[in-house]
Each structure stands twice: as structure tokens, then as C-alpha cells.
Design a protein around this ligand. Structure first.
Ligand SMILES: [Zn+2]
Length: 508
């Protein structure tokens, strides 16, 4: 039997509709053989699910990767439409040129929008289906913050979503996708059921080691069997603000449509019955600042971590809102480290000023919730300058190189601020701080513009009860009623609370 030819396609961007557009320069694109060379290299740059897919396919035996393109953008605003349109067209012609292929793997985030298409992921799946025909298996992996469209479900045979937040299971999900591809190559014809539950959950309620989302996912996983192949409970990404927002349940069964339907139905009912648990308590800024002041004055108190939720760069926050910095300076908090602030001009000025020298610094803030916000401080000292190339030393991305561009560490009274110039830091890690001469043990308060990614790496330094979710204003505030969403279907809980809902299967 000849080696099976499996096409590899990647498209990965989580779009916050209200963040700045992600143009083509911000995407990392790999094409053709360099995808395979990278995947099989010692330290691949390919996203972990891609690595897992390769590992499992290689373990199964001989196969022939047909590398098409990996269009990777991380998190940000809407993608430049023309770019995604061109890339989708390229993928189509490249698939035709490589035809026939035996199967397709799509490595996808699932919450992209472009400046002119609210469902480019669905458009991609549809395009791939058109290129390879109805009989060729298409298996996709998605983030659990994907906004699942009917187009995606209809055009993929199987969609496998992550099951952990923070996301630490990408590798395993890639392996699972490979196993499912193998089974389909052996003749499996899966039956899929999906339901959109009208819950648009605040992302803070979506951690999976505790809380309602974890319970739902665990319940789904407990139903896996010889018959039930995959259960994906996909919470979606509210800030994309699309008509596909909602909590999607996708169940894939081996033979029985009825089994898929029944479990999907049960899960949808269960999700709806626990909807009130998705409402979340955040800590007001004033209380968080008071705690920072307290731990700064009392070395016996355990250190705290403040998560700046209104400016979560992992969800498209710009990384430069000023609320916490201003409040901490005003309150004279001590031994504080701001884990990152994005301001290229400030880094430039610090670089020309030089280490050890004071200067007048202007921190420019995000304009989303304030007019021309800036914080001018007369005397700031440049403590360190650094290339901004850091290796992540722990957690799921251990060993990966992060390039934040030239960075500086500024000292503003008793507050150290790590300022980045290339982009905000999505995956914070202690190694960045240590590279700049900060000892983790000396920090009393650490501020991160991050919602959950830090939990996988900073839990060694901060007890769970001392990682504080602060209710700051901003583009990524989890208080969804503060946003002026235009496209999310209504009613959706908790934007709307006074309505009834009963699950219906999306039958063709
Ligand atoms: Zn995610």
C-alpha cells in the first residue's frame, strides 16, 4: 500500500473585533517543505498541536506529509481581509496542484474574523472541502475559544477542541487528530452532532481545573467510549463579536448518529442548567491596590499577582492601559514589578538615554476607554536594556523563544516596569524578569496583562488565592455587559438573563 498523503494546513488567529487590525506583516507564514523540516527539527516552531500531529503520524508508520501553508497570527484584532483571502486562494490552488490527497489536517484557532468576513475559518474549511471533494477526510483542531460556525462543522469530518485552559493539551489534541485521521483512512465514517447553547461566557469563568466549564468538559470526557470518539465543548471568544458566538457542543460518534445526538443534547441541557455559574466575581481596582500596598509594607505577607483583565494581551488587549500603573504609583506601593507594558517609543528613549540614567518618561496608554491617556513621570531611571529575546523556561511552551523586540526595565519610584517594543508579551514567564536582573523572590506584587496563561508557570511563586483577577476597564474586560457588542446573537446569557431556552439539534 502506498504511503497515505495527508495535507497540512494551518490558520491561527484569535480576533478581538475591537483591537487593531492584524495586517499581513504580523502573520508568521511557512509554506511547503519548510513546514516539515521545522516539524521534525529538534526545537520546532510549529504550534504544539502540529507537533503532536506529526509525532503521532510518524509513530503510526510511513505517511507522506503534503505541507501546504501555516498562517499563524496568535492573538490580536481582525485580520487584513485581502491577505486571508489571498492565502485561502493559495491554499485552494496548492491543494489542487497536490491532488489527490488522502486526508487533510487543519490546525486552526477558530476565532478569526477579517475586516470583511466574520467567518474566515468557515470559509477556509469550505474551500478545502471544495478542493479535496466530499470523500476526503478533513480533521481539524481548534482552541476552546473558537467560535464554531455551521460552515466549519459541515465541511470538516471531525473537529477536536482543546480541553484545557490554560491551554496545556495542544500536543495531545494534535495526536488525537492524527489518530482520527488514521481511523478515517481505515474506513471510519464518523457521525457528528452539534448544538449552539446561547451562553457567551466571560473568559474568566473558563478555567478548566475548577468551575462550570471544567465540570462540563469533565462530564463530556467521562462519556468517551468505543462509540463516542470525541466530545468538544467549545466556549468561544466573546470579543470576536460574531453571529457564531456561543457555547458549542460537538460530539463525534463512531457509528451511531443517535448516540452523538443524545450526548450532545444531554450536554447542552447540562450547560444551560449551570449557566449562572458562568457569572464571575472580579476584584475592584481599589481593593487590589490596597493589597499591593499591604504586602509591600509587610514582608511576612505572601506576595501577590494582579491580573490586569481589561488589558489581557492574550485576548487582543493592546498591553498599554494605564489604570494599574497609575494607581500603584499614587498609592506608593513598594516592590512592584509590572510584567510588561507595550510602548516602542519609550524603549527607544530609554535606549538613547542609557542604563543608570534618569529621564522624563511618557507612558502612552490605550485610547479605547480614555481620551489621549498618558502618564508623564519626571524622573524614571533606566535599569536595564535587553534584546527582548527570551526563552520560556517552564510550562507548556518550555524552550520556546519569544522575541518581544528590544526591551527596557524602567524604575519608577518603587515600581519596575518591563517595557517592550515589538509586541506585548502573551506568554509571561519568570525567565524574562530574571534575564533583566529581577529575582522572583524579591517581588511583592507582580502585575501581568494576562488572564490565564500565567497560571501554568507562576503558580510556583504565588498561591492560588494570591493571584487576583482585577476588574480593570479595557477592551478585554470580562464584564461583557460593558461592551457594545453588535453581532452576538441575542438573547445570549449573561448579556441577557431573562429568557428560556431548550436545546434543538442542528439537523440537516
Ligand atoms: Zn484560547
Amino acid at each position: 500500500m502506498s504511503n497515505k498523503r495527508v495535507a497540512l494546513i494551518g490558520s491561527f488567529l484569535e480576533s478581538n473585533r475591537y483591537s487593531s487590525v492584524v495586517n499581513r506583516e504580523r502573520f508568521h507564514v511557512t509554506r511547503g517543505d519548510s513546514i516539515v523540516d521545522d516539524a521534525r527539527s529538534e526545537s520546532p516552531k510549529l504550534l504544539k498541536e502540529g507537533q503532536g500531529f506529526f509525532a503521532a503520524m510518524d509513530a503510526f508508520g510511513a505517511w507522506q506529509p503534503v505541507p501546504v501553508a501555516m498562517i499563524i497570527g496568535g492573538a490580536g484584532g481582525s485580520a487584513e481581509h485581502k491577505f486571508i483571502q489571498e492565502e485561502t486562494a493559495n491554499i485552494y490552488s496548492s491543494l489542487l496542484a497536490s491532488s489527490p490527497v488522502d486526508a487533510v489536517y487543519i490546525l486552526n484557532h477558530g476565532a478569526m474574523i477579517t475586516t470583511d468576513d466574520e467567518d474566515p475559518d468557515g470559509t477556509l474549511y469550505e474551500t478545502v472541502r471544495r478542493a479535496v471533494g466530499a470523500q476526503t477526510p478533513i480533521v481539524a483542531t481548534v482552541d476552546l475559544h473558537a467560535n464554531i460556525s455551521q460552515k466549519m462543522v459541515d465541511n470538516a469530518d471531525i473537529i477536536v477542541s482543546y480541553i484545557t485552559d490554560p491551554h496545556i493539551d495542544q500536543f495531545e489534541r494534535g495526536q488525537e487528530a492524527a489518530e482520527l485521521v488514521q481511523q478515517m483512512l481505515d474506513g471510519l465514517q464518523p457521525k457528528v452532532s452539534n448544538i449552539r447553547v446561547p451562553i457567551v461566557a466571560p473568559n474568566v469563568s473558563l478555567l478548566t481545573d475548577h468551575g462550570p466549564y471544567g465540570d462540563l468538559i469533565d462530564f463530556g470526557q467521562s462519556k468517551l467510549s468505543h462509540e463516542i470518539l470525541n466530545v468538544s465543548v467549545v466556549a468561544g471568544f466573546a470579543y470576536s463579536d460574531t453571529s457564531t458566538n456561543g457555547l458549542h457542543i460537538i460530539v463525534t460518534a463512531r457509528n451511531s448518529q443517535e448516540a452523538a445526538d443524545q450526548l450532545c443534547f444531554t450536554l447542552a441541557k447540562k450547560a444551560w442548567s449551570m449557566r449562572q455559574r458562568f457569572l464571575w466575581h472580579l476584584v475592584p481596582i481599589e481593593s487590589a491596590i490596597q493589597r499591593a500596598v499591604n504586602v509591600g509594607h509587610d514582608a511576612k505577607k505572601a506576595p501577590i499577582l494582579l491580573a490586569d483583565l481589561g488589558d489581557n494581551v492574550g485576548a487582543g488587549g493592546p498591553g498599554n492601559t494605564l489604570w494599574l500603573l497609575e494607581a500603584l504609583i499614587k498609592a506608593k506601593a513598594k516592590n512592584v514589578v509590572i510584567g510588561s507594558f507595550f510602548d516602542p517609543l519609550l524603549v527607544e528613549k530609554a535606549t538613547t538615554t542609557g542604563i543608570g540614567k534618569p529621564f522624563q518618561a511618557t507612558f502612552k496608554g490605550d485610547t479605547w476607554d480614555r481620551e489621549n491617556p498618558q502618564l508623564v513621570i519626571d524622573r524614571v531611571t533606566v535599569h536595564q536594556l535587553h534584546s527582548g529575546k527570551f526563552y520560556i523556561k517552564s510550562g507548556p511552551l518550555k524552550g520556546m523563544l519569544v522575541n518581544a523586540g528590544p526591551v527596557c526595565l524602567l524604575q519608577v519610584e518603587d515600581i519596575s516596569v518591563l517595557v517592550t517594543s515589538r509586541r506585548p508579551i502573551v506568554w509571561p514567564d519568570p525567565s524574562y524578569l530574571e534575564a533583566l536582573g529581577i529575582e522572583m523572590s524579591t517581588i511583592r506584587t507582580l502585575v501581568l496583562k494576562c488572564r490565564s496563561n500565567y497560571r501554568a508557570v507562576f503558580d510556583k511563586y504565588f498561591a492560588a488565592e494570591n493571584m487576583i483577577e482585577v476588574d480593570t476597564p479595557g477592551r478585554t474586560s470580562p464584564v461583557l455587559t460593558r461592551h457594545d457588542f453588535k453581532f452576538i446573537p441575542r438573547p445570549s446569557y449573561p448579556l441577557d438573563t431573562d429568557f428560556e431556552w431548550h436545546p434543538e439539534l442542528n439537523l440537516d
